[in-house]
Design a protein around this ligand. Structure first.
Ligand code: SF4
Length: 395
């Protein structure tokens, strides 16, 4: 079982951010932590009312959001103590905390060590100070290198760097500088995201409107962003940081155990604002249950809004196996899927694989089917074909 904990508070709201996080008064933090700890304590009481399999052994914990390190050290310690009081956290569990560079004070670093944190994900986004500043980040390149050095000397060398391709002012040369600095930092894990342009962020809305606020008119076009992404895949690969998922790259053995659960449909429990869970079902015909906590802080703090449960049918589970499994570089094993869901159930999916191979979006070797580099860039198109194939199977 994996445990995810959401801390939806930040020092500033980045212009590209489309998460349910915000800049909130510190006065709210204590009440939020109380609510969160109450939820964790009620886990087994809540799941006992559902037809799901639960277990108390936990091998990954991930604190994200938001910026968990904006909490007081005592509040973070209380969250970890509550998790450990309810679950058997394995001695070798992967325990990750997302940090905004510049929030790792000495007392916070000591707190993370006391909590057993052994992996830190740094939201760097760009090593070019002008690019980071333009989207509202408060750090610069020097702060990032300083944080990495302090983490290492404290014994935390399992570090991830997040980068975003498509930020305003980014050009191929500046992107290559960010990649070179990432490689120079020597971290074992890198996540590269392409900027999401949607109505959920200020920058996204401005880009859609064709305006100039938030430096939107300095954002590279989608062809340039695709080139940046491909350059990242190449540069990281030759530096020994191999791609293992559409947005994730790692040195051998340093892949994220927690995030891998999402792509491999392994169970996890989420606590806090807008946190999601996936638990395997014991009800006939139902593969799993997905649970979602409220996404409005007001509702969440009142505790009035309930947990939304969505059953995942066998058909929907097969669909998920494709669009989650194909995110992984190694792809999906068609023989395993046929054993789990039956040969008849995957026959349309096999046909979709054939079409996508012909279009150059997928490759097949034996029973393994995976996206090609072109397929990873056009992954939504590929996933759509599997959903259509599954729908035509049902009809
Ligand atoms: S620090 Fe992360 S979660 Fe917070 S506003 Fe920026 S991108 Fe969003």
């Amino acid at each position: 079982m994996g445990v995810y904990i959401s801390v939806p508070f930040c020092r500033t709201k980045c212009t590209y951010c489309n998460f349910a996080s915000d800049v909130i008064s510190r006065m709210v933090f204590e009440g939020y932590v109380n609510q969160l700890c109450g939820e964790i304590q009620n886990t087994f009481e809540t799941t006992a009312k559902m037809e799901v399999r639960t277990e108390s052994m936990v091998d990954s914990i991930y604190l994200g959001g938001g910026t968990p390190t904006v909490l007081e050290p005592a509040q973070l310690e209380r969250i970890f103590a509550t998790v450990r009081s309810q679950f058997d956290v394995r001695a070798d569990a992967e325990i990750t905390v997302e940090c905004a560079p510049g929030t790792l004070s000495t007392s916070m670093l000591d707190c993370l060590l006391r909590c057993g944190v052994n992996r830190v994900s740094l939201g760097v986004q760009s090593f070019v100070d002008e690019e980071a500043r333009a989207v509202g980040r408060l750090h610069n390149r020097e702060i990032v290198f300083d944080d990495i050095a302090r983490l290492r000397s404290a014994g935390i060398s399992n570090i991830n760097i997040d980068l975003i391709a498509g930020l305003p002012h980014q050009a191929l040369q500046s992107w290559e500088f960010s990649l070179a600095e990432t490689i120079r930092a020597g971290v074992p894990h890198v996540s590269v995201y392409m900027l999401e342009v949607d109505e959920e962020s200020r920058l996204g809305r401005e880009l859609i409107a064709g305006g100039t606020r938030y430096h939107a008119h300095f954002a590279p076009d989608e062809h340039a962003v695709a080139d940046f992404y491909l350059a990242a895949c190449e540069r990281l690969e030759v530096s020994g940081i191999a791609q293992y998922e559409i947005s994730n790259f790692a040195r051998e053995g340093c892949e994220s155990r927690h995030n891998s659960k999402y792509w491999q449909r392994q169970p996890y429990l989420g606590f806090g604002l807008d946190a999601h869970s996936m638990l395997l079902s014991t009800a006939p015909g139902i593969d799993a249950i997905r649970l979602a906590r409220p996404d409005s802080l007001e509702d969440y703090m009142k505790g009035t809004s309930s947990l939304r449960a969505s059953p995942v049918s066998q058909q929907a589970a097969l669909e998920e196996c494709f669009f989650l499994g194909l995110r992984l570089t190694r792809g999906v094993d068609l023989r395993n899927l046929a054993q789990t869901f039956g040969e008849a159930a995957i026959s349309h999916a096999r046909a979709a694989v054939g079409e996508l191979v012909a279009d150059g979006l997928m490759a097949q070797r034996g029973n393994l089917a995976c996206l090609t580099a072109k397929g990873r860039l056009l992954s939504n198109e590929a996933f759509e074909r599997f959903i259509m194939a599954n729908k035509s199977q049902i009809e």
